[in-house]
Design a protein around this ligand. Structure first.
Ligand SMILES: NC(=O)c1ccc[n+]([C@@H]2O[C@H](COP(=O)([O-])OP(=O)(O)OC[C@H]3O[C@@H](n4cnc5c(N)ncnc54)[C@H](O)[C@@H]3O)[C@@H](O)[C@H]2O)c1
Length: 254
């Protein structure tokens, strides 16, 4: 098993990619603590995955929640080997649009801040809390959820793209700052993955998106979970500061 005996923390693990990653990590021998705000699905996931998975209510925007989470995992297991910063949201809106009747629609300051708070500040707060533990241990792996749109840009996603490009930047900074302690930091840039995040997209649009992917299908959560597992494992011992595209060959922003 690739993650035998490892202690892993996964944010946003109640659903989608985070849930698939928790399942993969448990199957590979890890003890997983998932953190989310969706308590119903979080508890259900932990129950489904058995005694090696637990759930804790954490809002990644709140350092007080994160501190409690890290303390409780340390109290139970005494170490933290892996953090997957997966929690994220999308609130799409063109920055400025002037309709034919003169109505102006803008991306609001609130929606900009909301996405940045969860997708960017949340990643920073969790990494900062866990890095302290990993520095003392002199080992660890931090994995961050970016997106192909964080690399390529995308129409109507100012806030989301800013957050995911920021995650790429932080990944490269932390790989430099933490490498000397034996801590590896990488990011995954998923393409279009079929989860609740794409639930708001109409079926015909999803079909068109799949048609533009060279592999002619949308991604599955386990396509991403498998790569998180590889990056978390010792097989990736010499990979740090990198962003791995997992997108079926797709190019965003066209
Ligand atoms: N699905 C895709 O196509 C896709 C593509 C690229 C990147 N991503 C990224 O992958 C990650 C997972 O996406 P997904 O598709 O599984 O989404 P999802 O909506 O299925 O799951 C996201 C999870 O994050 C949780 N969450 C939201 N706000 C939170 C907060 N403040 N604190 C704690 N948990 C919170 C949600 O409750 C949910 O369980 C996200 O960061 C997303 O941006 C997804």
């Amino acid at each position: 098993m690739k993650l035998s005996g490892k202690i892993a923390l996964i944010t946003g693990g109640s659903n989608g990619i985070g849930k698939a990653t928790a399942a993969k990590f448990v199957a590979e021998g890890a003890f997983v603590s998932i953190a989310d705000m969706d308590d119903a699905h979080g508890s259900k996931t932990a129950l489904e995955l058995g005694p090696n998975c637990s759930y804790q209510h954490v809002d990644v925007r709140k350092s007080s929640d994160i501190d409690l989470w890290v303390k409780s995992v340390l109290a139970t297991y005494g170490q933290i080997d892996i953090l997957v910063n997966n929690a994220g949201i999308m609130r799409d809106q063109i920055m400025v649009k002037i309709k034919e009747d003169g109505t102006v629609i803008k991306l609001s300051e609130e929606e900009f801040e909301r996405v940045i708070d969860i997708n960017l500040k949340g990643v920073f707060l969790c990494a900062e809390a866990v890095a302290e533990v990993m520095i003392r241990q002199k080992s660890g792996v931090i994995l961050n959820a970016s997106s192909i749109v964080g690399l390529d840009g995308n129409f109507g996603q100012t806030n989301y793209v800013a957050s995911k490009a920021g995650v790429v930047g932080m990944t490269k900074v932390w790989a430099r700052e933490l490498g000397k302690y034996g801590i590896r930091v990488n990011a995954i840039a998923p393409g279009y993955i079929l989860t609740d995040m794409l639930a708001q997209v109409p079926a015909d649009v999803l079909d068109k998106m799949a048609g533009k992917v060279p592999l002619r299908r949308l991604g599955k959560p386990k396509d991403i979970a498998n790569v998180y597992c590889f990056l978390a494992s010792d097989e990736a011992a010499y990979i740090s500061g990198d962003v791995i595209r997992v997108d079926g060959g797709a190019v965003a922003g066209t």
